[in-house]
Structure formats: structure tokens, C-alpha cells
Design a protein around this ligand. Sequence first.
Ligand SMILES: [Fe+2]
Ligand SMILES: [Fe+2]
Length: 406
Amino acid sequence: MEGKILIVEDNESQVEAFRKLFMDSGIQVYAAVTAGEAWDVLADETMDVVLTHFRMQEADGLQFLKQVREKQPGVYRMLSSGFLDDSMAFRFVSSGLVSAYVAKPWDLEQLHAKVEHIMTVKHTLQEKKLLELISSIKELPSLPGLFQELLTAMESRASMHDIAAVIKKDPAVAAKVIHVVNSAFFGREDISEVEEAAVYLGVGVLKDIVLTAYFIDRRHWAPEQIDHLKEIFLHSYLVNKYMSVIFKTLFGKTLGRGEASLGIVHDIGKIILLQHFPERYQAIVSAAEAGGFYQQELDRGYAGCTHAEIGAFFLDWWNLPALMVETALFHHTPEKAGADGHQRTLLKLLQYTDRLVNYVWYRRSEKAHDLSPFYIKNMDGQVIQRLGEELVEQARSAEKLFARLI
Ligand SMILES: [Fe+2]
Ligand SMILES: [Fe+2]
């Protein structure tokens, strides 16, 4: 594996240990002590990864990474520290400011595996056929400025009042938020203020709605695309919802903040395919009956690359959290994901939920579903049966929600 990594660290022995770790690999290690030195390196060389200590000499590691994100958004940003508590680190990672956090003292073997994995992901997203496909898109989809502002507000832990103020800047989005919260899917009928909606839904869900509202804006779609869009939307919303439900049932706790939207974004590559390559999309769907969309892409190679790669490319390009990028990339191939145990659990759960949702969805007109093929360890079969029945109901609410959003 080839690549370039810059380590910003004033502890010489750590730098040495790091260099040694990659001595026999294709990964080139550059080192700097101060932020000034780091910028000198970054001016001359294109880095794949920057790893900095939280407390830099004469500077703040987080501030430095913020500037790296602004000036060179393609660089993977790693933060290292021996004293940062997990919840703080988690906040930086889930907002996307930091791509990964490594606690000190380093576990060298893990660190090595992590860097190798990052390079693999980067190479996948820079593959020629993918770049060719992307460069054939005339106008690249961009993220709405409002969504970026929302992420920044969340990053700085803004109050609900301030978050509502960001949303109100776009009256159409504000109206959609009110519409959506007052739908059967979210179970309210009496909310008339964005701030109230924000408190009720929570910032994470609010962010999902803003993103979804943007993608399914009627202005972006031809009438014949809308049915496909609806399928993707229903699928993604149901997968998102049931991924949380099943996680809670299995592990007795809720998904973390940055993890509760993974279902929403996992198939975003399909939306991009549908928008920019509608004939290809249609061809895959027409052939997909037996094997499913992903299998058809792989078997027949309609798109040259998969919706998983396309989705991951854009999530990365939009600078969204690394977990989102990797979830999109590996959601059909969790076995190819990195060694991080928790991430693998999430991916496997997503894959399981994805199949369950599709299975129930395509048999929704049948009265009783036999879900025994989905019985798993640590979960009562009856619970799974019940989820299946509830899913059909939820799909109806989600259909109404879609009608409100479009
Ligand atoms: Fe998928
Ligand atoms: Fe999916």
C-alpha cells in the first residue's frame, strides 16, 4: 500500500516509533514539530493523512486540523492525545472535524492497521473508473450551505435556539421540518415552531431531515424518476429506524450520535446514480428482481463502479464523517471494512437490517411473513416477527412522510 502521512509531534521517540512502523511499507512518513513546519510540508507535498497531537507546540491541534480541513479538505485528519476523554473525542469525530482519534499510548499494531486501512479506502475512492464516472457528471452535486452551517453549529454545541435560527434562514426547509414533525412517522400534530421541532426531534434527526429534504426536492427530479426516489427514500428511512431498534434490542443501549444517521446515507450513491445516470439506474433496477440491486451491479457491471463507491466518494468529498464514508463504501461488503470491532458490528447490523427491510417490503401484501431466515442469536424470534409486522405499518407512515417532503 502506498501513501503519504505527516505526523506533527514534538516527542522525538514517538516520531521514531512511528517511522519504524512504516519502514518497510510503501507509506512515506513526514514529520513536523510545529504547525508552521507542518504547513511548510503541506505546501510542498500532497498528504493523504495528517496525524497531530492534541497539544501541539505553540498551537492547538484541533485548530490546526480545522485549518487543514479548510485548506486541504481531501486530507484524512487524525488526532492523538493521552488525556482527552472519550466523549470529547467522540464529539470531534462525529462532527467530521476529526476523521479518527487515536488514544495514547499508541497500540502500534492497531495504529499500523488503521493507517493501512485508511490508505486502502483512499485508493478505492481514487480509482480510475470511479473518477471517470464522476468526471462525466456535468454539475457535481454539492451539499447545501445550510447543512454545512448546521454541522458547524452542532460542532460548537450551539443552543437549540441558534440551531433553529440556522434552519429558519431557509423558509422552505423550515416549513418542511414543521411538516415532517407533524406526520404520523414522528407522531406529533401540534408543533408549529422550528425550535420546538428541534427539541422534540433532537439535533441528529433534524440534520437528517434537512439533508433528505434537500435531496428529494421536487425541482431536482423528472416525474418518471420520482417512484424510484420514493423506493430509495422508504428503504433508507426504514433501514435507519430499524437499525436503531435492533441495536437497542441486542445491546440494551442506543446508537451513538454520529451513528444514528447511517441508514439514511448508506444508499446515497443510488440517489446520485438515479439523478445523473437514469438509464443505467433503470437498467440495474430492471435486472435486479432476483439478485438485488447491488448484485446486479457487480454481475453485469452496468455502472462500472457500484453505488457503494459512488456514495462514499461524495460523502468524502463533502467532508462528512469518516464513519459515514466507510459505511457507504462497505455496507454490502462488511468483511472488507477495517479491523475496528465496533464499526464492523455496525456494518453487519446495517446489512442485516437492509435485507430484513427489503424482504418484508417486497412481501408486504402477504398477510403473515415467516421471518425465520432472519432469526439470529441473542434475539427472540417472536421479537423479529413483531418487528416485521410493525415494519409494514411504518412503511405506510414513511410513504406519507415522503409525500410531505417532495
Ligand atoms: Fe446498498
Ligand atoms: Fe440499502
